[in-house]
Design a protein around this ligand. Structure first.
Ligand SMILES: [Zn+2]
Ligand SMILES: [Zn+2]
Length: 355
């Protein structure tokens, strides 16, 4: 492998981008993104009301979640419709939170901005406080692909392929168990107490609803299969009823949403041999990723664009993507490099780097 790698570096550049430094390639990609962004803003005048748009999307998505929840409780729509609809709406709120972290809405009116932060947190309880996330996400942009990148390492980015990596991507608590002691050593900004504090109250409430839902239903199913050796008290029935409703309306949609974004994000960022902005991300946009992308607003396809230009609201990032992707490809950004999953997200050979 090493011989092959050396051979590749000594090859005569055949493509235009190979004659440019990675800094220059990044600059040119940024130019394409900004060019398209400007054109769209000129064409669609309403885009200049960015603050109001952000607030309307927040209130609309939150109201949508309440509406679908009510329709399910009233017996008008089936559980799966509510789960899918609320998962998609919550994923839009996740994008709004990310935009708020980058100060894209109401930067001069912190009252409204904080109101929006609270709203997006309440409706997607399985995340740390958005104010704490602002710190780790800003850090992510500075140190993406390095040991200090708390946000991505907490969802398994850079770990070897295997069961431990898989569990880390799926479950925030298990990830904390596996990664906290390593991060404490390697990432100076990582403080366990800060994460614990920033989980209160919504993450704590969410996990109570979620794990109780899982355990109670497991108990009921087990009891049923064994021929009901335990007589279930009526009060447990009502608790189960409440938790099952909460699951359809709130916890399952958010679990699916968070898991989708964690799997995609954990694999579309490179780790370990990242030398600069140009190396930080790839583009994941194959059709079979649709079920995951449905619940994370096409993250794998567009988050790379965000690394190059951070001050774009999520809907504009999506809107420029069809125009910008060919340019990214031309300048050598990798597309659908699924092999990175088996290389611990290294750009190059994992064995040389994971030793
Ligand atoms: Zn990123
Ligand atoms: Zn960001």
């Amino acid at each position: 492998m090493i011989a092959v790698a050396e051979k590749q570096t000594h090859q005569v550049p055949t493509k235009l981008y190979q004659r440019l430094s990675s800094k220059e390639r990044s600059k040119r990609i940024m130019k394409w993104i900004r060019f398209r962004d400007k054109k769209l803003r000129q064409k669609f005048g309403f885009l200049k009301h960015q603050d109001a748009l952000g607030l309307a999307i927040t209130l609309g998505s939150a109201a949508g979640m309440i509406l679908f929840g009510s329709l399910y409780i009233a017996g008008i729509i089936p559980a799966w419709t509510c789960i899918v609809a609320n998962g998609v709406l919550a994923s839009i709120l996740h994008e709004v939170e990310h935009d708020l972290i980058h100060n894209l809405y109401y930067k001069d009116n912190l009252k409204v901005q904080n109101f929006m932060f609270w709203t997006v947190w309440i409706f997607r309880g399985n995340t740390v406080s958005p104010w704490y996330r602002r710190m780790i996400h800003t850090l992510h942009h500075k140190v993406s692909g390095h040991k200090e990148d708390i946000e991505e390492r907490l969802i398994g980015n850079g770990m070897r392929f295997g069961l431990k990596r898989f569990i880390t991507m799926l479950d925030g608590n298990m990830s904390f168990l596996f990664q906290a002691h390593i991060l404490r050593r390697e990432a100076p900004k990582f403080k366990r107490s800060e994460i614990t504090r920033s989980s209160w109250p919504y993450l704590v409430i969410f996990y109570h609803l979620w794990y109780n839902f899982l355990f109670i239903n497991l108990f009921y199913i087990g009891n049923e299969l064994l021929g009901k050796p335990v007589e279930v008290p009526a009060w447990l029935d009502s608790i189960r009823h409440f938790l099952n409703i909460a699951a359809v309306v709130y916890t399952i949609p958010n679990w699916i949403r968070q898991t989708s974004i964690q799997i995609v994000s954990s694999n579309m960022h490179y780790y370990g041999d990242v030398k600069g902005l140009y190396d930080q991300t790839q583009v994941l946009n194959r059709w079979f990723l649709f079920p995951l992308h449905l619940f994370c607003f096409n993250f794998g396809s567009t988050h790379g664009i965000h690394h190059f230009v951070v001050n774009q609201p999520f809907y504009l990032r999506q809107a420029v993507a069809p125009f910008v992707h060919p340019a990214m490809k031309r300048y050598g950004i990798r597309f659908n490099d699924f092999g990175s999953i088996f290389r611990g997200n290294r750009l190059g050979n994992q064995d040389a780097l994971l030793a």
